[in-house]
Ligand binder design. Structure first.
Ligand code: SF4
Ligand code: SF4
Length: 441
């Protein structure tokens, strides 16, 4: 690994654990008999269902209407009949209003399906509006609606689009696969985003543990004078928005600021590829790429899965469990969310289904902080995790605020390196929730 590769300050080196799937081809998952489509798959206001029990729906038909600006419509991932509209378990742990659709197996498209004109003939506003109507959100991240990211606040200006191909979470390999198998889609999506923002400078950041993806993407971009592939040091959390901006452009986003404050908009390579697909086919975001993996799964795979497919169906298509799992995580091991049932559906943000054995799932008993400072060394935001955690354990939210807990990106690097195995991340999440509640009051 070259010592001169682009990167950021701090960070950690968790084991990569990508061997099980990194060289496996993309598999198109079988479509289930029934899909469960939650009306909340993005940050912002949940959608309002616009179908009812008994209705026939087409593949890609709008079934949830966006509510407000920070919201995107939701579409059916099958054709068939609406069985119910009712609260169902969501991967975020809550019960969320969902549309349950019985698949008729026909994948019938709406008769009025419209293929958009070529993006270069559209104004930036028209492109952004299509992106909203396609239901696009940041894939693999915080599911921020893409059209909101592409609407630059007054007084700010952007000159660069950065695509995140870092895929720094251990175990997850679907973006690597996407870049190797569909490099032209990623480039096309990036060009559409650049057109929507009126910028002339595109970069694609890829960690150097994906040499093939770097090579393939570089070749795909060789005729694009304004697009550059930037190899990055393999370090966690290289794919976090602010860290990626620093690594690819050398710019810093100020504390509490937005990427636009550094003149940049960041999107995931998966989002870019979905934008390209939607503009080519006229079809909205109804299927996603994910990696189903972990030592408790028989045949880990990279898969293209319809939204609303229950986790258990995906796991079954990977040969089921090798052993009774000790922990199931939606996402990667560092930032993913533990699940207590496999009946939850795949949603727009599901980048991974990770199944740990009972031994891997066992958490070590925390001991007292020995003030070694390792957590401070690795924090990419330059916070003081042990101090914030100490105040959070005393419910002293004002001190947590003064120590900038709100800037914590919840990457988990501090908890990973802590020799005392302190549950740092969970205390920060509690502090942030408490401060958000206080703010609302
Ligand atoms: S790494 Fe753990 S033990 Fe070391 S200072 Fe931070 S919290 Fe304390
Ligand atoms: S304090 Fe937050 S941002 Fe810093 S290392 Fe810990 S989890 Fe990551």
């Amino acid at each position: 690994m070259s010592p001169n590769l682009a990167t950021f300050r701090g960070g950690s080196h968790p084991p990569q654990s990508k061997e099980a799937t990194k060289d496996k081809p993309l598999v198109i998952a079988e479509v289930p008999n029934e899909v469960i489509i939650p009306m909340s798959m993005h940050i912002g206001a949940p959608c309002k269902p616009v179908v009812k029990r008994g209705d026939h729906v087409y593949l890609g038909q709008k079934i949830g209407e966006a509510q407000g600006f920070v919201s995107v419509p939701i579409h059916s991932s099958v054709s068939g009949k609406v069985k119910a509209v009712e609260p169902r378990q969501h991967p975020n742990g809550e019960l969320v209003e969902s549309v349950i659709i019985e698949n008729d197996g026909k994948d019938e498209l709406p008769p009025d399906l419209e293929i958009p004109p070529h993006y270069e003939t559209l104004t930036p506003e028209e492109v952004v509006n299509y992106i909203k109507e396609f239901g696009l959100v940041g894939i693999g991240g915080a599911t921020f609606p893409t059209h909101v990211k592409l609407t630059i606040p007054e007084g700010k200006s952007v000159d660069t689009v950065v695509l995140n191909g870092a895929e720094c979470e251990p175990y997850i390999t679907c973006d690597d696969r996407l870049m190797k198998d569909y490099p032209d889609k990623v480039i096309e999506g990036l060009k559409i985003i650049m057109h929507a923002l009126g910028v002339n400078n595109g970069k694609i950041g890829i960690e150097d543990n994906k040499p093939e993806a770097i090579e393939i993407m570089t070749k795909a971009a060789e005729n694009e004078s304004n697009i550059e592939v930037v190899p990055l040091k393999t370090k966690y959390p290289q794919g976090a928005e602010k860290q990626l901006i620093t690594a690819t452009t050398g710019r810093e986003v100020p504390s509490g600021g937005l990427p636009a404050d550094a003149g940049v908009v960041v999107n995931n390579v998966g989002t870019a590829a979905q934008i390209a697909t939607s503009f080519q086919t006229g079809q909205p975001f109804y299927e996603t790429l994910l990696t189903c993996t972990g030592e408790a799964v028989n045949n880990p795979q990279n898969m293209l899965v319809r939204l609303g497919t229950p986790f258990q169906e995906v796991i079954d298509q990977c040969g089921g469990f090798k052993v009774e799992p000790g922990k199931i995580i939606s996402g990667g091991p560092m930032m993913g969310v533990a699940q207590f049932t496999t009946e939850v559906p795949v949603i727009k943000s599901t980048s991974g289904i990770l199944c740990f054995t009972p031994e891997q799932a066992q958490l070590p008993e925390p001991t007292d902080c020995i003030k070694c400072g390792k957590c401070t060394e690795v924090c990419p935001i330059r916070l003081q995790p042990y101090q914030i955690s100490a105040y959070a354990l005393q419910d002293d939210w004002d001190e947590c605020d003064a120590l900038h807990v709100k800037d914590c990106i919840e990457c988990g690097s501090c908890a990973f390196v802590c020799p005392a195995k302190r549950p740092l991340l969970s205390t920060f999440r509690t502090a942030k929730r408490a401060l958000a509640q206080k703010g609302r009051k």
